[in-house]
Design a protein around this ligand. Sequence first.
Ligand SMILES: [Zn+2]
Length: 434
Amino acid sequence: MKAFNLSSLNFLSGLIRHSLALTVTAAVFCTTSGFAEVPATPAPHIARLGKAPDWSLLEPFQETISREEFVYLLRHCYAHAPGDYDDTILIQPDRALILKQSNHPDAGWFELRFKNSNHLSATPPKFWRTPVEMPDLPANSSQPLKGIRIAVDPGHIGGKWVTWDDRHFKVGRDTLSVNEGEMTLKVAKILERDLTLLGAEVILTRPTANPVTTERIETLQDEAVNYLKQRKIVPSSGLIASTAKKMFAISSEIRSRGDLLNDSIQPDLALCLHFNASPATSRRPSFRSPNHLHLLINGCYSKGEIAEDDTRFEMVTRIVQRVYYEELNLSDEISRTMQKETRLPAFHYDGTNGMAVNDNDLVWARNLLANRVFFCPVVFFEPYCMNNREIYGRVQEGEYAGLREIDGIYRKNIYQEYADGITAGLVNYYRKVR
Ligand SMILES: [Zn+2]
């Protein structure tokens, strides 16, 4: 290793001091126990149900990205603030050093060599195609999405599973309950039909109301205990239950869809469908006045998230695959047609977990499990607040044909309107760039 700057030298000497301290502690401990003098390797610090990363998977990306571009993407979109990666990613003149295990510096650093402008570089490996890598389109084509593989991901779960992830409510008797996991599936089915007619190959990550994961709350009890212990949280029975529930409905479910998407669907882009809701103050459902729209791209990783070994690996993988540009261009275009269809104002983040990356106030960067572990451009949709009175009323209207007058405006049913906003955006985008 060469050419460390002063601050990284200070940092490294800090690490060396730290590991010496560990060794000394271990040695003192060993004199009483009589066991080997090597300090125990801590279990890696990873996200819920994540796996310790195999850093060698980044080898094919050696010399494929310049220092300027790597630093630009890291600072502009991925790290929430520059100080958030100081401890785990060191930028050298010719390489990035990425700490392999954040709680065990002895595991070493992965060295990612930057592309040298004098060198021809290899194309970074990825399964998805940018529009220029797709076959050209005849100018008058009636199928502007011809040959594009699109994964549609209906957020959450439906059916008897709907109550497991707290994205549902019901007001009074003889009403339809509002179930996000069933509403997203309705939109997904419309998209499947409409995008297919336009030439796309559409694959749903969840084609039914049922979960994709084979895990259940009962099978995740030990994992929940281990996760809490690793975070130094006392595993009370209440916490084990709530952690296992999140592990099933969120972590395990989304990771299973990620495996399906990355290993077999391998699409050119993924559309993650959700309905938003305003935070509720009580457990009793009540209506809230906000109603808005926003789209998310992956980014805005906090210091705590970057400190997770698997999350850091996934963030770096997105950077070297240059997912950002395609994700942003798609979101930018679709946000305009979505707003035209839905007539919703933009939602604004306060800067804590979402950040702006351009001047489009409908598009934000945020680190979510699905837009991190689906290794292709992901457009993540958050239109409509389900606990807004007007939206609730539109859900009660169901999937009617044609238009109906709602508050003096003739409107499509909410599911078709949602899908049409996406379809129009995709058509506009691919007509421009193919
Ligand atoms: Zn959702």
